[in-house]
Design a protein around this ligand. Structure first.
Ligand code: HEC
Ligand code: HEC
Length: 260
């Protein structure tokens, strides 16, 4: 099977850095803005700061953190608008919430552990060590975003939007996928990375990822997709598409990382 990262690995470094810069600069221009995200992104991050490096990794993960990434997804493909969009698991305030108890791990985890978990599950990759430069940069970026959080109250649009618990119909979801999603993500789910991320297959998230749970996928889709008309699917339609996506093949989560 071809290694999905081999193409990005072959990029010369200067091209990788240029691509990352262009992507990160263009990302604030072409996407919908919700909440405080544009104000936060436009405030001065510092041209040579560790946090800026963290944002580049966040928005171009397969290129900037290729040895830890096993698919073609960037953090920012799911945590939209560089981790600032409402109800797309924003990173604002998140640094202030750790260490916290994790039901999945069964013990208290740190922000570093939580990032490692997304590398192992959502990036289908390898958890970067706590002291690695890339991890330090990601933590610095999430801390930088979290400094803007309102003090003394939970961040309102954290995580995903709350939907009623419904049962999705994969056959209806398949039709909806063809009419509302395939134009960007492809009829084979492979998208056109890095600008249009894959939804299934070797380049996608593993079966141990949060978005592989139908309720979470439905909530993500209902509020954030289709990207050109978010909020236009009903909760039932969102569950239908999520149920269809759950039938698609994707990488197996490596159980060696199940404590993350
Ligand atoms: C395929 C989509 C996807 C990708 C890619 C992804 N994540 Fe996540 N991430 C999620 C989901 C979904 C959650 C919420 C998990 C849950 O509730 O189970 C989450 C949660 C988190 C959290 C905790 C947020 C909170 O509110 O508690 C952090 C921190 C995080 N991710 C960081 C990252 C970083 C850094 C990357 C890139 C290295 C990344 N994620 C890549 C989907 C993704
Ligand atoms: C107009 C193009 C477009 C359409 C239509 C669209 N998406 Fe997306 N989707 C994107 C882009 C681009 C991203 C990456 C995040 C971003 O840049 O906003 C994304 C990200 C995602 C993600 C998280 C990243 C990943 O690949 O796992 C999921 C899940 C998703 N879309 C599902 C859907 C579903 C389901 C539909 C149909 C209901 C849909 N999208 C329709 C463009 C689109």
């Amino acid at each position: 099977m071809p290694n999905p990262t081999s193409r990005t690995r072959a990029l010369p470094l200067w091209l990788a850095v240029l691509t990352a810069l262009v992507l990160s600069l263009s990302s604030s221009g072409c996407k919908k803005h919700s909440g405080n995200s544009s104000a936060i992104l436009e405030s001065n991050i510092g041209p040579s700061s560790l946090a800026l490096r963290g944002r580049l990794i966040f928005d171009s993960t397969p290129t900037m953190a290729h040895s830890y990434t096993g698919n073609l997804l960037s953090c920012g493909d799911c945590h939209l608008e560089s981790g600032t969009a409402d109800y797309a698991m924003p990173m604002i305030d998140v640094a202030n919430l750790f260490p916290r108890y994790s039901q999945r791990a069964g013990h208290t985890i740190t922000l570093v552990n939580r990032i490692q978990e997304c590398f192992a599950r959502s990036e289908n990759g390898v958890p970067p060590p706590a002291g690695s430069p890339g991890m330090k940069a990601l933590v610095a970026y999430i801390q930088w975003l979290s400094r803007a959080a309102p003090q003394g109250q939970p961040y309102e649009s954290r995580g995903l939007v709350k939907l009623p618990a419904l049962t999705g119909n994969p056959a209806s979801g398949k039709k909806l996928y063809a009419s509302r999603c395939a134009g960007c993500h492809g009829s084979n789910g492979a998208g056109m990375p890095p600008s249009l991320p894959p939804l299934w297959g070797a380049g996608s998230f593993s079966d141990g990822a949060g978005l592989n749970q139908t309720a979470k996928m439905a909530a993500f889709v209902q509020h954030n997709m289709p990207q050109n008309a978010p909020g236009t699917l009903s909760p039932q339609q969102s569950y239908d598409v999520a149920a269809y996506l759950a039938t698609r093949p994707r990488p197996k989560f490596d159980k060696a990382y199940q404590n993350y």
